[in-house]
Design a protein around this ligand. Sequence first.
Ligand code: ATP
Length: 144
Amino acid sequence: MTKEEFSAGGIVFKEEHGQLFILLSQHSGHHGWVFPKGFIGDKIEGESKEDTALREVTEETGAIGEIIEPVSPISYWYQMNREKHHKTVYYFLMKFVGGDITKHDWEMENVEWLEDKDVALRLTYPSDKTVWQKAHKRLQEITK
Ligand code: ATP
């Protein structure tokens, strides 16, 4: 039996003195470094992927984002309690507009702004590295 899951999240960016920074978090459960995200329709029935992504970014990191555009979705498999899960994640490029990352929740053990050049090395999972490569290209166009 395979369980299909859908999550949404944000690749949140800010510019300071001409330098691009990206928001990464370290998951308290699996300890991987990831972009913030969460299940669609888990907490609020019928919630759109955009609203889920915005809400999860704020809950998990304390940051408030504004959606600029979607990035192509990623998918991966994992196994839990002998059950196979197939997850699709819809990420959105988000501009940081406020909030406080010291107010992140327990689900993330660390939340950090990283210079764009350090993001690929810090990310734990190959699918996130792939989506980051695409997002980085777009960000360089958008912010130039
Ligand atoms: P969500 O953040 O969507 O609410 P979650 O925090 O419960 O869900 P995931 O972060 O998807 O769960 O982690 C579930 C499992 O998948 C963990 O074992 C984790 O190591 C693994 N995992 C997380 N992200 C990826 C990825 N991009 N590629 C492969 N495996 C991943």
